[in-house]
Design a binder for this molecule. Structure first.
Ligand SMILES: NC(=O)c1ccc[n+]([C@@H]2O[C@H](COP(=O)([O-])OP(=O)(O)OC[C@H]3O[C@@H](n4cnc5c(N)ncnc54)[C@H](OP(=O)(O)O)[C@@H]3O)[C@@H](O)[C@H]2O)c1
Length: 319
């Protein structure tokens, strides 16, 4: 079958090791299901993998991709929860959690095999492309906002790096849930798009926020950390799920303890979070912003767009 693989990793030139090639179909495995992928979406995680972060040389070549929607052999339309392990389902209780494409082949392929427990019914209201955007970036954004920060209607949230997959998801979800959303982005066009998604204010990175926020959605890292720490109210929360621009330095410890902030880490979300997110989208009509949709074979073009940061929202590959 055709798949998008990390054939090699290179910290400086991640796209150099990207290949679209033929790989063996997944072998049948007890308590696992092989899904015919209809759509899968790209995540920054795929670029980290191509840089060798979380993907050591002994696991190469590795099929990339963390999230997908597709069809099971008995015809069910499903969304794939991309975290394997940690629950015991399909792999035994001792196995540490990993995200698809770290230990097990990922979703950017004609087929992906996952523990059957990891499959969630796809709501009929969502297309395959829309559903394929949800299990990584949108799930992480959902957990950051509602599970970790515990935000509710009327609360204020700052979303850094508005153009990103997680950030644009957080903006749309927070606005749909009645939060006052402030975003930052380097790009005026992306700031305008964030306002269209429901943000109340769209600022240049580092600008003073209109009012201190209850929580910050932080995935950018070093480039925005100081602003995040300055923008949250005393006792508020900075939820961290990524550091695209590197580890923050300084970490501003004095301001963090003096204003009694909570810094909360998040990785992905639970299967229950994914089910709630799917219901949220099905009931409200909220849909992920899809930047572009390309066939699987055009993965190099799609990855170049992701790496250049030209996208707004999710880049989808269809099978
Ligand atoms: N923990 C988890 O489970 C989890 C899940 C998903 C993602 N992540 C991580 O979260 C991060 C974001 O992921 P993603 O898929 O949303 O990535 P993405 O779509 O590539 O977005 C990254 C965003 O960061 C902003 N950015 C990049 N360089 C910047 C700079 N120098 N200054 C200010 N802003 C900058 C950009 O926003 P603007 O262009 O708008 O300025 C860009 O759109 C990644 O590091 C990823 O690994 C973690």
């Amino acid at each position: 079958m055709t798949a998008v693989v990390a054939a090699r990793t290179d910290p400086a030139n991640p796209l150099e090791g990207l290949e679209v090639r033929e790989v063996p179909r997944p072998e049948p495995r007890e308590h696992w299901t092989t899904v015919d992928v209809r759509a899968a979406s790209l995540n920054h995680h795929d670029l980290w993998s191509l840089r060798g972060v979380g993907l050591p040389p002994d696991r190469l070549p590795m099929v990339l991709g963390c999230d997908a929607a597709g069809v099971t052999p008995d015809g069910q339309e499903v969304v794939v929860h991309g975290v394997v392990g940690g629950t015991g389902h399909g792999v035994g209780p001792q196995e540490r959690p990993s995200i698809l494409s770290e230990t097990y082949p990922g979703t950017l392929a004609e087929q992906v095999a996952v523990p059957t427990w990891n499959l969630v019914p796809k709501p009929a209201e969502l297309s395959f492309a829309e559903a394929a955007c949800l299990p990584t970036a949108w799930l992480t954004a959902y957990r950051m906002l509602f599970t970790s920060a515990g935000l509710g209607p009327g609360d204020r949230v700052l979303v850094q790096g508005a153009g990103g997959g997680v950030a644009s998801a957080a903006t749309a979800l927070a606005a749909a849930a009645g939060l006052e959303v402030v975003v930052t982005s380097r790009d005026p066009a992306k700031r305008a798009r964030a306002l269209e998604l429901g943000a109340a204010h769209a600022l240049e990175p580092g600008s003073r926020v209109p009012a201190r926020v209850d929580a910050v959605i932080e995935t950018v890292g070093a480039a925005t950390w100081g602003h995040s720490v300055r923008s949250v109210r005393p006792g508020g929360t900075i939820v961290v799920a990524g550091a695209t621009t590197g580890d923050p330095s300084p970490m501003e410890a004095q301001r963090i303890f003096f204003t009694q902030l909570t810094v909360q880490g998040v990785t992905m979300g639970s299967k229950e979070d994914l089910e709630s997110l799917l219901r949220f989208c099905a009931r409200t009509g909220l849909r992920p912003t899809i930047d572009s949709t390309l066939p699987l074979a055009q993965a190099p073009e799609a990855f170049a767009r992701l790496a250049a940061g030209e996208h707004f929202g999710k880049i989808v590959l269809t099978v």
